[in-house]
Design a protein around this ligand. Structure first.
Ligand code: SF4
Ligand code: SF4
Length: 296
């Protein structure tokens, strides 16, 4: 099964495209590395100020939901109900939450845009931080690790590209506070990437991912309280080994719980040894498979 995933697979995680205009191809087809430079500056003086915060296509990562909920002093479930719409991340056909734009057609303003700019600026989503860069990750056949690269999104309306300020990708990422988001979201991005591979290859053993599994992925991605309830209120802790000292942390630390959720999903989806099943459960599962297949 793992071999099927070991293919050259390129996955765009954040395309950064906000308001794609008909007929335009805003992605500049050049791969950028952290040391590469580009010219861009966004500030209140630009004639397009706030234009990109209308009808924006902003997929929310798990860390985006935690940070925005915290900013608004509400829990993720309330944030989801009030500010997001469920959507399909088509590259992998996985359910995600997107920021709900105003207007019946979703082309209206972001709920957080004001005349002064973004009202949640210090906790704005990762896609908004990345813009006008996109992030893609690639797993080359036979390579041990994945490789990240960046690309420039040059939308017609965005005047920031005409500004004289030149910076490297690394400087821009640092100034936008992207690194801390990537650090928390890494496991989630890994799952997206592998799920894209599966979609390309026809799913596990050529089958579609089960609807229940997709639901679990959505819970892990969006609702840390539901995940906590699942970990502490079901058979989870009787099934998997979790160190007692870790349990204490997981009771209150949302980011730590997310990491457990990602590890669990990787195990469920891809059979990775990211989380260890308790011996008696494992033995019972092996015995069941043997019984079903007639293996000795
Ligand atoms: S969250 Fe802020 S930066 Fe992102 S689209 Fe909304 S107003 Fe714009
Ligand atoms: S310069 Fe680009 S990023 Fe800045 S407000 Fe204008 S469209 Fe948005």
């Amino acid at each position: 099964m793992m071999e099927r995933l070991d293919q050259n697979t390129k996955t765009e995680i954040f395309s950064g495209i906000r308001t794609e205009e008909a007929g335009s191809t805003p992605v500049v087809p050049v791969q950028h590395r952290p040391e590469d430079s580009f010219s861009f500056r966004c500030h209140r003086g630009v004639s397009c100020w706030n234009r990109c915060c209308h009808g924006a296509d902003v997929t929310l990562t798990p860390q985006c939901i935690l940070r925005l909920s915290h900013h608004l002093s509400i829990r993720p479930r309330e944030f989801l109900a009030q500010y997001t719409v469920p959507a399909l991340w088509e590259r992998a056909e996985l359910p995600v939450a997107k920021l709900k734009m105003g207007g019946e057609d979703g082309k209206g303003p972001c709920p957080f845009v004001t005349a002064e700019g973004c009202s949640v600026y210090e906790n704005r989503p990762a896609t908004c931080r990345y813009y006008p860069l996109g992030l893609a990750t690639v797993k080359l056949k036979d390579a041990e690790n994945k490789d990240d690269f960046y690309f420039l999104v040059r939308e017609e309306h965005c005047q920031g590209h005409k500004e004289a300020l030149t910076q490297t990708v690394a400087t821009f990422r640092h100034e936008q506070g992207v690194e801390s988001y990537d650090a928390v979201n890494r496991g989630w991005m890994d799952i997206l990437m592998k799920a894209v591979s599966w979609k390309v290859l026809g799913g596990p053993y050529g089958k579609e991912m089960a609807p229940q599994t997709k639901k679990m992925f959505f819970m892990v991605s969006t609702d840390v309280d539901a995940l906590r309830q699942f970990v502490f209120g079901t058979k989870f802790l009787g099934t998997y080994e979790v160190a007692p000292e870790a349990l204490k942390v997981l009771e209150t630390d949302d980011e730590a719980l997310l990491q457990l959720g990602f590890d669990w999903m990787k195990n469920v989806l891809f059979n990775e040894k990211t989380i260890i099943m308790k011996q008696h459960i494992l033995q019972a599962a092996v015995a069941k498979v043997r019984e079903e297949t007639g293996a000795s």
